[in-house]
Design a protein around this ligand. Sequence first.
Ligand code: MSP
Length: 514
Amino acid sequence: MTGRFYVTTPIYYVNGAPHIGHAYTSVAADVMARFHRLAGDEVFFLTGTDEHGQKVEQAAQAAGIDPKVFVDRVSADFRNMADAMAISYDDFIRTTEPRHITGAQALWQKVAESGAIYLGAYEGWYALRDECFYGEDELIDGPEGKKVAPTGAPVDWVKEPSYFFKLSAFQDKLLELYESHPEFLGPNSTKREIVSFVKQGLRDLSISRTSFKWGIPVPGDEAHVMYVWFDALANYLSALDYPNPDAPRAAFWPANLHLVGKDIARFHAIYWPAFLMAADIEVPKKIFANGWWTIEGQKMSKSLGNVVDPRDLAKEFGVDAVRFFLLREVPFGGDSDLSRKSLITRNNVELANDLGNLCQRTLSLVARNCDGIIPERRVLTESDTHLLGQVSVLPELMAAQLERCALTDALEDVWKVIRAGNAYIDHQAPWALRKTDVERMKDVLRVLLDALRGIATVLQPFMPQSMDRMLTQLGVEDGERTFAALETLIPAGRKLPAPQGIFPRYVEPTEEPS
Ligand code: MSP
């Protein structure tokens, strides 16, 4: 059964440059989008930039530039990062675009019509870095005896007129949502945190500001701009041309998956469904939070000067090796550390050795012993059928893993088969069969070519560029690369191009003899 699949990344604040943390969620969402396309689904994959709010306004001021010029520049840099990391987004939304402003204002109006918005005055703590209001009881002791947000962000006492959203009225409905749709929020650690937060009681939420101007005007009261999170969350709808119900994209709602970092789970799992419930709009099907990266064991920060630009890593190691590392290193959902050493190890052991060598050995044997021509598929032995059977269940197995956002487990499933392929080639020893049984050698090589085709097909979402090269090497044409196409064998007799390595081993420059 094929269907529609709508997946989103967070929209990134343009107050700073793109880094590996941003790339991470985007790569994960990209894998989901590409996987569903290969499965035959109609996919809409959205990413973009979050360009309003006081934090961005201050960053523009600090740079001494007009906010619009500033956000244009940084947003373009985020788009460049997405392109450099091979993110196959269908749309890139910017919250300063007219279509978004229309959508956000329409959503505000719909929520207001339901009676869930009232005018009051906000007095309390605000953390600019998190663009988040915190209750007194949530603050913790920070340096110099000062109170700070639970995230460590400094807080200021804010007092200004504000519109409020009646979040308190949605406590039971939210708890019922988490209870009746256990798949709505993951991983479990995030769910536990959110559920316990909601159970403690929800305060109404301030959703407008009057102390600065860089935001979307509140409909009917231009003295206020929308709270940046109300504005930002609306992007998931405005990109579908909300409020136009006849827009072709409208059919993609409700979103299948919002992928977010764990720090912004609260906004997505509490505020967002509550706004939608108030507006009488269906809630998304799933929100999944990924963990955070540290760099060589340290928190990534501008002050430490250790912020990693994914484009630099991609230049050095190749885009696919970086994408692979990010999703392979730690079970998706958990925190992880980026170290040069482990990136190189993953590349050399799993890509260059396990997969690269298996492919290279097979292709060079075909080149040398079969004139580079794909042999026929004939009788299969039990071990042939066993290997091919393991390959053929991969699309289904991985679909189930991806359904629960277990991206790392999906890769592990493939690597089990790659390891089985290496054991198979060692055991069958086609290089020896060349002298004793040429027909059997051809059969073994054909089984390996077919197994490699299956493996490369399912790995396309993770490593699109190298799997494209690998499939070309294996003689698989463009129209033969979907999951459904795996049902049909590649015809024998095709001439393969001269074999070329797919994954070079990485050698640290200092290790080379000078
Ligand atoms: N603009 C909001 C999102 C609005 S979505 C409607 C925002 N932007 S952000 O640029 O600050 O963060 C975007 C994402 O980057 C978050 O999901 C956050 O978790 C992620 N990361 C920021 N630093 C990170 C790491 N060190 N590691 C992993 N992800 C990190 O929040």
